[in-house]
Design a protein around this ligand. Structure first.
Ligand code: ATP
Ligand code: MG
Length: 550
């Protein structure tokens, strides 16, 4: 909502003011050959955001012209992810719905002398395309007459030829300075089933040809795509100019999103998944929307991130910290607080009565009273964080140390009176005394106690597994490396199997976000069992990326 006016919106404003358009129609056109990632979120927020803000329409269109790589599973996941992000499409379309129209338009191109069947093999076609400095060579079949082309094209459709025996090419200009205009292939023969059209077709249209016509058939006003398609725009316009299509959408390019220490390319993500470098498309270390969701990112956080990075014409690398900050901001405002001990050290409060203990009131959110309170069980034996105790502390250590006093969050002031060790000298247990008059955490005599630490009652706490994540790659731009897999961070996940969490966290509510006090934002993982919750750390409380980079 608060997105500043980007250059695309300026174009739209002008088109509406001049009367070129009376409204906006956009589309998000994924190929169902993988799961959506954070880069797609940028495109989704842009296209659907325009529809939202201009009272326009936005379609979800699957660009499914590559049957070998596409599947129903990907289609379903993409629909789910777009909805999860908070957007609703006006129409659900598939490029494959247009196969018959696309075919008819191709016949029209042939009749108008604007397309021809080439019978060279793929390698010859590639070699004759020329280079940036040299023009291409015309195919010996370039001047076939339309009747012969039509007959061959119909026989291609009828399945009379094998894969690669012929292609249909647009007849444009083999000497064009733009290689995309050197008679690009617009149809090829592929004897493979399509996940939606089955075996109805054995010729499939190419992306550039399909995309512009699909846009025109849907009445798209502004066709937004990423910068790598800038050089394809002349072809987009050429195809539409040759045909009697319902309208001629304007293609506008914007910069792709790249995020440091990760990869946003379906090809690379696919490799990470299929080679088992991660656990699946929804592995919380991946920048896929399903991975981010499992990691605890909220739709609002991702939309906020897309707003912040804006839409420009300049490719840039965004720091992971920017994404994390969007999560922190949303979770700080909304996530209920809870207590969890990651590295437990036992504390016995010697002067506290044996037995069931008592229930203490704790605020669910310090800044949002509407989230109410919960009751925390407190008892004689507790778990605290091992790093909150130092036997021989430096001067400014305000946590627990022999003889020092600390506040147990929402509970009492306690003073450490004894330290137990094992044979190797490791601390195994602390003995403390509590001040019974300090219930709730304030000293009756007003004495100052600086440190406050979190805790979990040993008798009531629930054993939990916590998964802590670090960057997936060791370098900011793994895609630039010759072997990006060699840049994987071997320590991208740390699993803590012996954490203790307060009992209100079991059974874990699916997808529920929390702030574990002093430890970061966490979310319940689907691997949770009622008696054994599993949590993923979404982000630490503060940005640690800057420090790591060095
Ligand atoms: P990938 O390289 O990951 O396969 P793609 O562009 O081939 O990406 P599509 O399914 O064709 O993936 O993308 C659908 C839409 O999302 C396109 O309009 C594309 O431009 C846009 N998109 C894809 N990746 C990004 C990105 N990193 N930043 C912004 N938009 C993107
Ligand atoms: Mg693509």
């Amino acid at each position: 909502m608060n997105e500043s006016v980007n250059f695309i919106r300026q174009i739209i404003d002008r088109d509406l003011a001049s009367g070129k358009h009376t409204g906006t129609v956009t589309r998000f056109p994924p190929e169902p050959n993988g799961y959506l990632h954070i880069g797609h979120a940028k495109s989704i927020c842009l296209n659907f955001g325009i529809a939202r803000d201009y009272g326009g329409r936005c379609n979800l269109r699957f660009d499914d012209t590559n049957p070998e790589k596409e599947s129903e599973e990907y289609t379903r996941s993409i629909e789910q992810d777009v909805r999860w992000l908070g957007f609703r499409w006006d129409e659900l379309r598939f490029a494959s719905d247009y196969f018959e129209s696309l075919y008819q338009y191709a016949e029209e191109l042939i009749r108008r002398g604007k397309a021809y069947v080439d019978s060279q093999d793929a390698e010859s076609i590639r070699l004759s395309r020329g280079t940036l400095t040299q023009p291409g060579r015309e195919s010996p079949h370039r001047d076939r007459d339309p009747e012969e082309n039509l007959e061959l094209f119909r026989r291609m459709r009828a399945g009379e030829f094998g894969d690669g025996e012929h292609v249909l090419r647009a007849r444009i200009d083999m000497a064009s300075s733009n290689i995309n205009m050197r008679d690009p292939v617009i149809y090829r023969i592929r004897h493979v089933s399509h996940h939606r059209t089955g075996d109805a077709w054995c010729i499939y249209p190419m992306y550039d040809y399909t995309h512009c016509i699909s846009d025109a058939l849907e009445g798209i006003t502004h066709s937004l795509c990423t910068l790598e398609f800038e050089d394809h725009r002349p072809l987009y316009d050429w195809v539409l100019d040759q045909l009697d299509v319902p309208c001629h959408p304007q293609q506008i390019e914007f910069a792709r999103l790249n995020v440091e220490y990760t990869v946003v390319s379906k090809r690379r993500l696919n490799q990470l998944v299929s080679d088992g470098h991660v656990d699946g498309w929804d592995d919380p270390r991946l920048p896929t929307l399903s991975g981010l969701r499992r990691r605890g990112y909220t739709p609002a956080a991702i939309r906020d991130f897309c707003d912040r990075i804006g839409v420009t014409k300049k490719d840039a690398m965004v720091e992971m910290g920017v994404l994390e900050n969007s999560a922190r901001q949303d979770l700080d405002a909304h996530a209920p607080r809870a207590m969890a001990v990651l590295d437990p050290l036992k504390v016995v409060i010697e002067n506290y009565p044996e037995g069931d203990g008592e229930l203490l009131d704790a605020a669910n959110h310090p800044k949002d009273p509407s989230q109410g309170t919960r009751q925390l069980p407190f008892s004689r034996e507790l778990w605290i964080e091992r790093e909150d105790f130092m036997e021989d502390p430096p001067k400014k250590f305000f946590r627990l140390a022999p003889g020092s006093e600390v506040r147990l969050r929402y509970a009492y002031l306690v003073t450490c009176t004894g330290v137990l060790h094992d044979a190797d000298g490791n601390v195994t247990e602390l003995r403390c005394r509590y001040d019974p008059l300090s219930r709730g955490g304030s000293a009756p005599d007003g004495r100052k106690v600086k440190g406050t630490i979190h805790w979990v009652s040993a008798a009531h706490g629930v054993g939990a597994e916590l998964r802590l994540y670090d960057r997936l790659f060791l370098v900011p731009d793994p895609a630039a490396a010759s072997d990006f897999l060699a840049q994987l961070n071997p320590d991208s996940r740390r699993v803590i199997t012996d954490a203790w969490v307060e009992p209100s966290l079991a059974p874990a509510a699916p997808d529920q976000n929390y702030q574990f006090e002093r430890q970061g934002y966490f979310v319940a993982d689907p691997d949770s069992r009622p008696e054994r919750p599993v949590f993923n750390r979404t982000a630490t409380l503060r940005d640690s990326w800057g420090e790591q980079k060095k």
